[in-house]
Design a protein around this ligand. Structure first.
Ligand code: UD1
Length: 381
């Protein structure tokens, strides 16, 4: 067991992954676990609010890196994190997901000779134009322990020549958070926005490829306004997208989707669970809709989460308005699938991470865990 653990997080999607790990490590041992926030996301709606919702302890420190180019953001995390890790002297650093803070923290930790674990390792879109893909590849090459969320992630790592000793198939911590919080959500957000369960479309778009080009964004908004004629459309807007929307003529943002600020985690879960269709380019939402059986249209040419397409409710849609409208009409009345049976998406991924960290995990082959996880789901169902 390590003597001291530090988790480094920086952006909104890191926080749902951190929360179950904090709880599992606490349940497993009394080893001090410090949280360092890089400050990549800094608005309350993108960060501080999530600590409360997810019941995560306050970070030990915030590096306050804020916005910048990829190089600036990554470099600033590295510069500011190094002395913090030297001061805290952890013997394990955990990093999460694929954001700039993830790669920056992994590089700093490994160069200080600290063992480093990557939670959500092995996901690949094989699209190197996505900044997250570079972060994924390099973090996995850098980290010592790779916690894979799904069997395809394990296979990706093996194909890249990463030895089995570094890979642990633990399952999906994002689904841990979802399962842990399902009992806390209410219908209040639907009432607030005047929505009927199963009677609206929920939208999130923030990838540079969808929102940074005004032509692409305007085309997608046109489709959303046509979808809006067939039923309500609610669109919680990411800050990156908000800036791009502000640059478009009002014609594109008026009278179609209802645009609101980013919503808290529990509200988002409630809105996803009761949506008729979700339109997104987020990684986490592809997983949440799959688990909840909600039809999801992912506006991207590819996904690093192919299991959501193969075994879930996710469909990839090219980033053009006509294709989006067609796909929406094709899925809106689709029958809901049965319970999600993806191995390792069972609410216990963080427990398995704690077992590995504590040295009590038995090394299991992928097929062993697949059998076990499927058996558990079948038994539960
Ligand atoms: C980052 C991640 C992405 C993740 C997303 C979730 C990288 C490369 N990308 O993208 O993988 O899906 O977070 O949200 O790390 N901004 C604010 N307030 C905030 C945060 C950001 O106004 O609290 C603004 C920034 O000033 C910037 C823009 O939003 O102009 C983008 O922020 P940034 O952290 O660079 O990347 P995201 O697009 O959020």
């Amino acid at each position: 067991m390590p003597r001291r653990i530090v988790s480094v997080v920086g952006a909104r999607p890191n926080l749902m992954k951190l929360a179950p790990v904090v709880r599992a490590l606490r349940a497993h041992s009394a080893v001090p676990h410090y949280i360092v926030h890089t400050g990549q996301h800094y608005d309350t709606a993108m960060s501080a609010g999530f600590f409360g919702d997810l019941r995560i302890p306050k970070p030990t420190c915030n590096l306050g890196v804020g916005s910048g180019s990829h190089a600036q953001q990554t470099a600033l995390v590295m510069q500011r994190l190094e002395p913090v890790l030297e001061g805290l002297e952890p013997d394990l650093v955990l990093v999460y997901g694929d954001v700039n803070s993830t790669l920056a923290a992994a590089l700093v930790a490994v160069k200080l000779g600290i063992r480093t674990g990557h939670v959500e390792a092995g996901l690949r879109s094989y699209d190197r134009t996505m900044p997250e893909e570079i972060n994924r590849e390099l973090t996995d090459r850098t980290a010592d322990i790779l916690f894979a969320p799904s069997a395809d992630a394990v296979e990706n790592l093996r194909r890249e020549g990463i030895p089995d000793e570094r890979i642990y198939f633990v399952g999906n911590v994002m689904i841990d958070s979802l399962i842990a919080n399902l009992g806390w959500i209410s219908g209040a957000p639907l009432v607030r926005y005047g929505l009927e369960p199963g009677g609206y479309t929920l939208v999130t778009l923030h990838r540079p490829s969808n929102v940074d080009d005004p032509g692409v964004l305007a085309d997608l908004l046109t489709a959303l306004s046509l979808i809006g004629r067939e039923g309500p459309v609610l669109f919680p807007v990411h800050p990156r997208t908000r800036r791009r929307l502000d640059d478009l003529p009002p014609l594109y943002t008026e009278g179609g989707a209802t645009l609101i600020d980013p919503v808290p985690y529990l509200d988002m879960l409630a809105l996803v669970r009761s949506a008729q269709v979700v339109i997104t380019d987020s990684g986490g939402i592809q997983e949440e809709t799959t688990y909840l059986g909600v039809p999801c249209l992912t506006v991207r040419p590819n996904t690093e989460r192919p299991v959501t397409v193969r075994e879930g409710t996710n469909r990839l849609v090219p980033p053009n308005g006509e294709a989006l409208l067609r796909a929406y009409r094709a899925v809106r009345h689709a029958p809901r699938p049965g319970p999600c049976r993806i191995p390792g998406w069972d609410g216990r991924a963080a427990e398995r991470i704690a077992d590995v960290v504590g040295g009590t995990a038995e090394r299991r082959s992928v097929s062993d865990l697949v059998r076990r996880a499927t058996g558990e789901v079948a038994a539960a169902g």
